[in-house]
Write a protein that binds this ligand. Structure first.
Ligand SMILES: *Cc1c(COP(=O)(O)O)cnc(C)c1O
Length: 443
């Protein structure tokens, strides 16, 4: 395989400048990237390097334009370079980029978050989703005085030591570290269960009554491909946690402000005790947050004893970008339009895969979706892993060569933004028809 042009049926598509840039990057940066998924490890080949982005499009340094369905892995729900967001950043830039002191803008965005997200009465800003999840786990443990966390297999909460766990052999199991450098001790209190299996959670509560600090999950899973909760599942978790005195902890880093202004908790009508947010909340700059009721959040320092801090937390530029994004989402609610566009895309991809005779299922909630090359519904990580990832790799490159930038793994959700148009979606479906025919045959 030619590393720079893995698509087989689009001869004009090649990436010589990106190839040179990747070689150079590899000499000074591990794997040439600052976050692993960007290296395209799951699909083979080398990534195009980006020059700029505008609206729904990305432009690489080799002169290609792509319709972008990654949106920086979630944040860019308004599209790239949105005028209101750019203006807010420019205004903030004039007054200073970091003070290490409180600003009024932090209260403004905190109030916007509280207004939007049903379960949040107070919120603390941090700089990444990882940091938000890590801090909120500490809060759940600190407030309950309990140690154990129930986590769902295949859900991702950043690279927090205690949450980098993989399943052992049994269905309900103490996990083992899934990265060197994570000690068995640091995952000893993390219990893994399969997603969408309420009985597995009930079994853990029965085995460890009064010892579980929180049940942690992505209410709609996006980090194993898009997997919705089964009807009644979130309700069951809400009830079980209440009965036991454990916290229900929604990681809405991906779903927050995406599935509704108030995230999955608004869409499904379930109030978690603790929520973490990221991605959209920073409007494309580094910001994230965790929030809960006043009673819980007043345990956080300096109001309370649970320590958590950050030099760049509440950074003026990030707060400005985030606030402008949340205001735009509130003022011009794009959610109905996103729903319709995403449904059109999902139906088109389903039709294209059917026509190509490829075993598949398209799963979607709001503007998050995944075309799984798996015959039948995907309800948990075990199902997702049965997908034909080789076919996905070929399909991915055929799409890229046709100017469609999908997530570079079968186990990631695609995002539709408010900048996408029906024409973009129709172009994407047409490209998918060709790409599926090109990639479905023998390799
Ligand atoms: C992206 C993501 C994180 C991690 O956020 P970072 O900003 O990459 O640290 C945590 N949880 C979920 C659900 C995510 O999608």
């Amino acid at each position: 395989m030619n590393a720079t042009t893995p698509a087989r049926s689009v001869p004009g598509y090649c990436l010589p400048h990106s190839h040179a840039a990747f070689l150079r990057a590899n000499r000074s940066i591990p794997g040439g990237v600052n976050s692993p998924a960007r290296a395209f490890g799951a699909v083979g080949g080398e990534p195009p390097f980006m020059a700029r982005a505008e609206g729904q499009f990305l432009y690489d340094i080799d002169g290609h334009q792509y319709i972008d369905y990654i949106g920086s892995w979630g944040p860019m729900i308004l599209g790239h370079g949105h005028q209101r967001v750019k203006r807010a950043i420019a205004e903030a830039l004039e007054t200073g980029t970091s003070f290490g002191a409180p600003t009024e803008r932090e209260s403004e965005i905190a109030e916007a978050v509280i207004e939007a997200v049903p379960s949040i009465e107070k919120v603390r800003f941090v700089s990444s989703g990882t940091e938000a999840a890590m801090s909120a786990v500490r809060v759940a443990r600190g407030v309950t005085g309990r140690a154990k966390i129930i986590k769902m297999t295949g859900h991702y909460h950043g690279h927090v030591d205690s949450l980098l766990v993989q399943a052992g052999s049994a269905a309900t199991t103490l996990g083992t570290p899934n990265s060197p450098g994570v000690t068995p001790g640091s995952v000893a209190d993390t219990i893994l269960v399969p997603f969408n299996d309420a009985k597995a959670v009930a079994d853990v509560f029965a085995a460890y009554p009064g010892q579980v600090a929180a049940v942690l999950l992505e209410p709609v899973a996006g980090n194993m491909g898009l997997v919705p909760p089964r009807p009644g599942y979130l309700e069951a978790l809400r009830k079980m946690t209440e009965t036991d005195g454990a916290m229900l902890f929604f990681d809405e880093v991906m779903t927050g402000f995406r599935l509704a202004l108030g995230g999955a908790q608004e869409r499904f009508g379930i109030r978690p005790d603790v929520t973490c947010l990221g991605k959209i909340i920073g409007g494309g700059l580094p910001a994230a947050a965790y929030g809960a009721s006043r009673g819980i959040m007043d345990f956080v320092s300096p109001a309370g004893p649970i320590y958590q801090a950050g030099t760049l937390s509440g950074n003026p530029l990030a707060m400005a970008a985030g606030l402008a994004t949340l205001r735009e989402l509130r003022d011009r609610s794009p959610y109905d339009r996103l729903e319709a566009l995403s449904a059109r895309l999902a139906e088109g991809l389903d039709r294209a895969a059917k026509d190509a005779g490829v075993p598949h299922v398209v799963q979607r909630v709001g503007s998050m979706l995944t075309l799984f090359f798996h015959d039948g519904p995907v309800e948990n990580y075990e199902d997702a892993k049965r997908s034909d990832t080789k076919l996905f790799g070929r399909f991915f490159w055929e799409m890229l060569a046709r100017g469609v930038y999908l997530p570079c793994s079968q186990f990631e959700a695609a995002f539709v933004s408010a900048a996408h148009t029906e024409a973009d979606v129709d172009h994407t479906i047409e490209a998918a028809s060709e790409a599926l025919r090109a990639s479905a045959g023998p390799p």
